[in-house]
Design a protein around this ligand. Structure first.
Ligand SMILES: *[C@@H]1O[C@H](CO)[C@@H](O)[C@H](O)[C@H]1NC(C)=O
Length: 339
């Protein structure tokens, strides 16, 4: 048995002989506690605040609208379809208002902003959540035509910019917040097509917006989800679209990939989506809620274990590492196999 005195003497000895280490650990602990307290401070009067969310038909936007409604926010939920709007309205309180919004149509945005302006009155708008997005067409770059890129960029990037510019005066009035949904695919281009480009664009737009609006009291946060089960990762949609891209390719291009390539590529996507996609969308909406309710919202939120432990760390490593990993996950074109 070790006596208490000898243990105390031993600890004292360790502390004295490692003064610098002890001091550094203490400092780190205090810093972590301070950061934690600062991070948990919540703003006052949330129930009087208005939040406008785009893309509320399904997925993150839908869940966020329902959760903020339960918390007592005045939610204005933009939906692309009448059905999406009706379904959401049927499961939420009468305080939540839905409206039809197509973010690729400037006039549709103007009408939505006019509605928001009337709702919020002199209070201004506390939160704008740019959530609406689409993924397809995704696939090998060579299979794309320019329209395949613009289709996605129009929604995910130009749509975000258009909505933000039109809503900015209302946000300024309330010294509110912008929450933009990017992706880990805004850090790593794992696939061809417009999706990754659009999300890199959202990252860049949000960074400049944050710096430009900071002095007016507007805070901007970026959400970087990993893979989640939403309309964006719906395998049947992705698969059907890959078949469409493949079918219209000239024969010599198909030959260079080999007849089996399409099915192997689809199988790889299938594996990706089944293995990686989390069904727990609340991991993402919790980040959005923090960005809207914390006194000190973070600049970036990564959501999901794959984002935190795999994709974001991978994005800091040399490209050769990510190239190697992606290469392992995707099939090889036939030309490459013969070498
Ligand atoms: C959205 O607006 C664009 C541009 O006006 C239009 O081409 C598209 O069909 C609209 N989408 C829906 C679902 O209404």
């Amino acid at each position: 048995m070790v006596s208490t005195e000898s243990l105390t003497a031993y600890l004292l000895d360790v502390i004295l002989s490692h003064l610098l280490l002890t001091f550094a650990s203490l400092l780190a602990t205090v810093a972590a506690i301070c950061w934690y307290i600062r991070d948990s401070l919540i703003v006052d009067g949330l129930s009087h605040k208005y939040v406008f969310i785009t893309g509320c038909d399904t997925g993150f936007g839908n869940l966020l609208a329902r959760r903020l409604d339960q918390k007592g926010f005045h939610v204005i939920a933009g939906c692309l379809t009448k059905k999406g709007a009706a379904d959401l309205a049927s499961v939420t309180s009468p305080t939540l208002k839905t409206l039809l919004l197509n973010v690729t149509d400037s006039e549709s945005i103007s009408r939505a902003v006019e509605f928001v302006r009337r709702e919020v009155g002199d209070r201004g708008l506390w939160g704008l959540v740019n959530n609406a997005g689409r993924s397809v067409p995704i696939g090998p770059t060579e299979w794309m035509q320019i329209k395949d890129f613009t289709k996605v960029l129009d929604v995910n990037l130009i749509g975000v910019i258009d909505v933000t510019l039109q809503v900015l005066p209302l946000l300024k009035k309330a010294q509110g917040r912008v929450v933009n949904v990017a992706s880990i695919l805004g850090r790593l281009s794992l696939t061809g097509g417009g999706y990754c480009l659009s999300k890199w664009g959202v990252e860049a737009f949000s960074d400049s917006l944050r710096r430009d609006m900071y002095h007016f009291g507007i805070k901007v946060s970026i959400i970087e989800p990993g893979f989640f089960k939403t309309g964006v990762t719906q395998l049947d949609l992705i698969e059907a679209d890959l078949r469409r891209l493949w079918t219209r390719l000239p024969q010599h291009v198909k030959d260079s990939y080999g007849a089996a390539y399409l099915n192997e590529y689809i199988k790889a996507q299938d594996f990706f989506m089944k293995f990686l996609c989390s069904p727990d969308l609340s991991k993402v909406t919790k980040c959005m809620e923090h960005a809207l309710t914390a006194c000190f919202p973070r600049t970036r939120y990564s959501a999901g274990w794959d984002a935190k432990l795999l994709w974001i760390p991978l994005s800091y490593l040399p490209s050769s590492v990510s190239d190697f990993l992606i290469d392992m996950l995707l099939p090889l074109p036939i030309d490459e196999r013969m070498n």
